[in-house]
Design a protein around this ligand. Structure first.
Ligand code: KG4
Ligand code: ZN
Length: 339
């Protein structure tokens, strides 16, 4: 075991947030800057990769400098740099990786490449009261991923199952589009769902008994599309709040039931939720209740650590740097999950 790095600078550019954070001793968050591009992509109804990478180029230098300034340090005081290497949009990842490499090279600091999904799983260790104990089952639900993991420690993360088609966040975004609601769909759908009836429509749940930890949301999305199509052709008004509530209930029920099933089968004591969709209040509530019923501990980070951020990257990087897991100078980004 090597000396733990005292100060880690985290950099995240995998999707549509340019983010940088400074973490002290793996516990104390000195700064956490997030520049979201969501308003720009909202005009197009979803993320436009080419625009995302250009916006990262424009923002990265400012965001990193701001994170250092807010932390009251300079690059020279940083012990190591952690950067998201993948998975994500290649053009976006390249911006963060190149910038981080340049910082590391010019300041002669060690640098480590972080798996974005692992970083989401590690967000539960960011300063926020309760932390889980290993081993735990982690549900990562974001715009690009819906996966269940068994997490034995900071480095041993085993995939139990994943989505076969749309990610949960993607389903929220697509259903929002069907209903004429703005991107990103998650926050607006969950707001409207609060006023709707959750049993108004019986949308399908894909249980996939052969592979119980896998997910599928494309059938659900199609069912919403057909329902809206039928109502429209019949000249009826779309009960948007009821559709949102019934759709959200179907997603939450599947995510909760499969997560608890995995936790029980894996004989772990804790469940962790992470990723943008984990900021959904209904999902947080359902998971908490279900865990309590089974005597499982449950941790979900506050919403700001659920959606993309660099604090989680710094935290995952802190542990990697402690183990001297360094990025090769010629290391490239990766678009898909490699572990
Ligand atoms: O983790 P994240 O910020 O970015 C990715 O790595 O994808 O997740 C973004 C996704 C979007 O699809 C968005 O619609 C969804 O998270 N999301 C939500 C909520 N807030 C964000 N989904 C459901 N309910 C929410 N409150
Ligand atoms: Zn993410």
């Amino acid at each position: 075991m090597l000396d733990a790095p005292e100060i880690v600078l985290g950099i995240e550019t995998s999707c549509d947030e340019t983010a940088a954070a400074v973490l002290k001793n793996g516990r104390e968050l000195l700064s956490n800057i997030i520049a979201s591009q969501v308003d720009i992509h909202a005009e197009f109804g979803g993320i436009v990769p080419e625009i995302a990478s250009r916006k990262h180029v424009e923002a990265i230098d400012f965001v990193v400098k701001r994170a250092l300034k807010e932390a009251g340090i300079t690059l020279e005081k940083v012990s190591g740099i952690a950067v998201t290497q993948g998975p994500g949009l290649v053009g976006s990842l390249v911006v963060g990786l190149s910038y981080a490499k340049a910082c590391a090279f010019s300041s002669e600091k060690p640098i480590t490449g972080v798996n974005h999904i692992h970083a989401h799983l590690m967000a539960c260790f960011l300063p926020n009261g309760q932390i889980p104990r290993f081993p735990f089952v982690g549900l990562v639900v974001s715009g690009g991923h819906t996966s269940l993991y068994r997490v034995d420690d900071y480095f041993h993360v085993e995939l139990l199952g994943a989505t076969r088609d749309d990610a949960a966040g993607e389903a929220f975004d697509k259903v929002a589009k069907i209903l004429g609601l703005p991107y990103p769909g998650g926050p607006i759908i969950s707001r409207l769902a609060e006023k709707g009836r959750r049993d108004a429509f019986s949308f399908p749940r894909a249980w996939l008994p052969e592979t119980p930890y896998d997910f599928s949301f494309s059938g659900l999305k199609t069912a919403v599309l057909q329902t809206v199509g039928k109502l429209t052709s019949a000249g009826q008004k779309i009960p948007v709040e009821d559709v949102c509530a019934s759709f959200e209930e179907a997603v939450v029920e599947v995510l909760t039931e499969k997560t608890i099933k995995a936790a029980v089968a894996q004989e772990v004591g804790w469940v962790v939720a992470a990723g943008g969709v984990a900021s959904n209040l209904r999902l947080r509530h359902a998971l908490r209740e279900a865990c309590m019923e089974k005597g499982l501990g449950f941790v979900v980070p506050p919403p700001v650590f659920c959606t993309d951020n660099a604090a989680m990257v710094a935290l995952a990087g802190f542990h990697q740097l402690s183990q001297n897991m360094l990025l090769a100078p010629d290391a490239d980004v990766y678009s898909r999950i490699v572990a």
